[in-house]
Design a protein around this ligand. Structure first.
Ligand SMILES: Nc1ncnc2c1ncn2[C@@H]1O[C@H](COP(=O)(O)OP(=O)(O)OP(=O)(O)O)[C@@H](O)[C@H]1O
Ligand SMILES: [Mg+2]
Length: 256
């Protein structure tokens, strides 16, 4: 019998959906003959006693999930997410650089440093990438620091806020679509596909609107109903990062 550790924290357990998903994961693993232990940060020293580790908490090289991943790797225990994937995916500059290097198609993307924040550069970006533009602070997650700007004034308002948090900001061509594809890939193989329908009050899959959090609609889609180029792109993007578990967000401007 093998022992699977599932690393969790309070935030992982903050909704009944998350709790139910974790319990279901444990039940399925047990049906498959494994022993399952939920590991909280205070029990991190249990990791060397596991045969495999599945991290289900927000991964970041600056928090304890990274220590958990490194600990597993040090003890040659298979781990999802592995430390390299955590490091790459926590930084959009690093992540996009991997995608570009592997020839994976992404929206037109430019990285800016503080010295690039001039009227001339901003005007050229609108001319080259179109209007509106998408700005991202590289450590963003859950759509938190992703904004749409329509003119130079808005560009500077957002860019100045983001450049206080990071040495670089990401500027991207805006790809209009009613939904994001989310392609789940594990070990280079397709795991699932879903469609995230963008709420009408925003352009991203979740946002704070007038103090209320709005979320996208989520619908899982059978593999046979997904355009093959979407699956191919998801797998290629995942392979550009590593061999772990990835949820690849894909936007396509004609909607499919
Ligand atoms: N170039 C773009 N054009 C249009 N919409 C975009 C673009 N980039 C991102 N978005 C929208 O904003 C959302 C958030 O962007 P993104 O996924 O890049 O950052 P994040 O969610 O903060 O990071 P992570 O996915 O790593 O948690 C996307 O799901 C998508 O709906
Ligand atoms: Mg996202």
């Amino acid at each position: 019998m093998t022992k699977l550790g599932i690393f969790v924290d309070r935030k992982t357990l903050s909704s009944s959906e998350q709790l139910n998903a974790l319990i279901r994961c444990r039940d399925v693993a047990e049906e498959m003959g494994h022993d399952v232990d939920f590991i909280f940060p205070v029990d991190i020293n249990k990791i060397p006693h596991m045969d495999a580790l599945f991290i289900r908490a927000r991964t970041d090289p600056m928090n304890i999930t990274y220590v958990a991943a490194q600990m597993a790797r040090f003890h040659t225990i298979p781990v999802i997410d592995d430390p390299d994937s955590i490091q790459i995916c926590a930084d959009k500059i690093n992540m996009y650089s991997h995608l570009i290097k592997s020839g994976v198609s992404i929206p037109k993307t430019v990285f800016l440093s503080k010295d690039d924040l001039t009227e001339k550069v901003a005007a050229k970006l609108f001319a080259d990438l179109g209007t509106p533009l998408i700005l991202k602070e590289p450590s963003t997650s859950f759509s938190l620091r992703v904004e749409k700007v329509s003119d130079v004034t808005e560009f500077f308002r957002v860019a100045k806020r983001f450049i206080k948090l990071s040495d670089w900001i990401v500027v991207q061509q805006y790809v209009e679509s009613r939904y994001d594809w989310r392609v789940g890939v594990l070990g280079g193989k397709l795991l699932y596909v879903c469609k995230y329908t963008i709420p009408s009050v925003t352009f991203k899959i979740q946002a704070s609107v007038n103090g209320h959090i709005v979320y996208c609609g989520v619908e899982s889609v059978p593999e046979t109903e997904v355009p093959p180029h979407i699956i191919r792109l998801g797998i290629d993007a995942a392979n550009a990062i590593g061999t772990g578990l990835y949820g690849v967000d894909i936007k396509n401007n004609n909607g499919d």
